[in-house]
Design a protein around this ligand. Sequence first.
Ligand SMILES: Cc1cc2nc3c(=O)[nH]c(=O)nc-3n(C[C@H](O)[C@H](O)[C@H](O)COP(=O)(O)O)c2cc1C
Ligand code: SF4
Length: 672
Amino acid sequence: MGPQPTSRDATEASQATEATEPTEAIELLFEPIAIGGAMARNRIALAPMTSCFAEVDGKVSDRLVSFLEARAKGGAGLVMTEGAAVDARGRGWTNHLSVYDDTFRPGLARLAGAIRAHGSLAWMQLMHNGRRTVSAVTGVQPVSSTAQRSPGASWEVPHRLSTAEVHDVIGLFVAAIRRAAETGFDGVELHGGHAYLINQFLSPSKNDRDDEFGGDPVGRARFATEIIRRAHAELGDDYPVGVRLSIVEFEPGGITLPDTLSMVTILEAAGAAYIDGSAGVSTLTKELKWTTGEGEATLSEYAVQVRNQLTNIPYMTVGRVLRPATAERLLRDGVADIIGIGRAMVSDPEWPNKARSGQPFMMCIGCNGCQQRSVHRQSGCPVNVNVGHEYEYTPIRAASPSRVLVIGSGVGGLACALAAARRGHATALADGEFPFGGLLGLRATVPFNEEIAESLEMFRTQLAAAGVTRLAAGDPAGDLGPQIAAWDPDVIVDATPGEPLRTAVPWRAHDLERVMSGQVGAAELGQTVGVIGSSYAAVEAALRLASDGHDVTVLGDARAFARDTHPQLAYRAVERLEKAGGRLLPSVSYLDLVARARGVPAKAEPFRPRIENAADLDFDSVVQGIGWSNAPRDLGVDNLFTNRANYYVGDTYNPWEQRFVAERGAEFGLRV
Ligand SMILES: Cc1cc2nc3c(=O)[nH]c(=O)nc-3n(C[C@H](O)[C@H](O)[C@H](O)COP(=O)(O)O)c2cc1C
Ligand code: SF4
């Protein structure tokens, strides 16, 4: 239960925000709350999110400051950094924000100052990757509570910390807390979830110790409780040290809800300022319902029990809270005292201010484009192209405004048109032969992707506000020519996808984009439909067709499907397709199909067929879902490009690539 704020604190906190009056329905969300010795102006906390925006050596960068500052300006009560490394051995990736020595102080002080300047509490999450790292990043063997490797992962065999070494690492956490406090952070959170070092002590499946840091829950929690106890001894009991836990790990032998209930009692008694309840051993945990179409606040059934276990400290819940009404309901129903918002505040940093004023906001589409650090890439977002570019993407008024036509309203076209219009160019957007949203618009027609429609609605609002003229959809050779001639642009930006990739098949074939945009009717398609391709696009197209009542089989040349995007999206799409009755055939040699299409007799085929019953396969028609070429498609209007500047931005179906296409579009729009 959250302690009540004093009236003095509440007045100070409410003075710290310039947001407008609360709407009738959303009230509890904007009540101040005391967290240890700190007072937040409202119940909204930016959840910790690794962005890889720090410098390669872990120092604070302009990009990181601009990202977090924008969320503070957007009205969050508390803005938390991503997990900062307390030990050089605990770094997990390049650009891992760090706090393990004094050289990091100036940047951290700048970061805390930028957050606090907008009235938010500046909060630092502290982490040590333990065995979830590799020597290629740290230069040394990983360390852990155990000498066991993470099962099923490619991490290295860790060094098991001796008892004395555990005390040393506790000292590193405490030194980091001191640095955070001294550089202006109002509080810290220990990252005790997601299979990182603190969790490697807390979790029964990862702690096989027989010293004081292992055994029963008290022993397993001792690593965390000692950090809190020693930090309070040095900095005073008021300095808030919260703990993030994976309240359910969903893995054999891992943390269960009853474990968590005893653990939080121990942590509260040790002086934890609050508990932040996440879940899973990583954000890839299958049981986590954190992608599109899975509902909101999906941890509530566990969260409410953990919150009830606490006697005097607040509980923060996270996990797909997308709408202000959901956040308000969680507070009203006693599920939590603080609402941690991650991706919804990536897609719209102004989410808190808009929640307060009732304005529409940009909906997160759950694509996990922001979460690509497995390949050490910096974060980004297809529906909010400013992520990580908050300082750079400020539109500068064009010295001599031009007439700009963007063809294709995919994420690249949208970002380009918005940037060009905001710079003062007369800008028009033609959908070309696609629905609004281009390939994202096609994704919106697939079951479970409802959030995409909400995001596209917000794009419509943004285009109108920026003064972009919308030209109707039409086929390229037909309507596009007159549209270009009528708009008479100086600059044309082609933001349509490349030509569809196709293979020869022995059946009637249609391009995926034509099928999904409704240009091929159900009767023309027939009842039994094959989809050629292993990509996410092929699986989603099949899901759409299966839901429309077709008998669908996906023929993929790879060994697994949808590997071109975030694993959680991939297995969800496959799972949904199978539930809808779709069939997936992996490792199909397309040469088998080509040979049949060319009439080559089976025994004369030069390659051994990899489908057992290749010759028996039969479909009324197939959908070409291999993908799109990187080269621009023929729009059939080449003559109208003469004497006009033209650029190619393209479009993509792949949720992981969409953010890059969006960034490319924005950059053209900002330079034109
Ligand atoms: C890009 C990204 C990076 C993340 N990095 C961290 C992290 O550094 N520390 C952490 O505890 N959780 C991390 N998480 C998990 C989030 O804090 C949050 O619990 C999760 O995204 C669910 O909340 P949401 O649905 O509001 O995004 C990350 C999530 C995302 C999307
Ligand atoms: S990248 Fe995707 S998941 Fe991440 S915030 Fe943006 S829309 Fe949401």
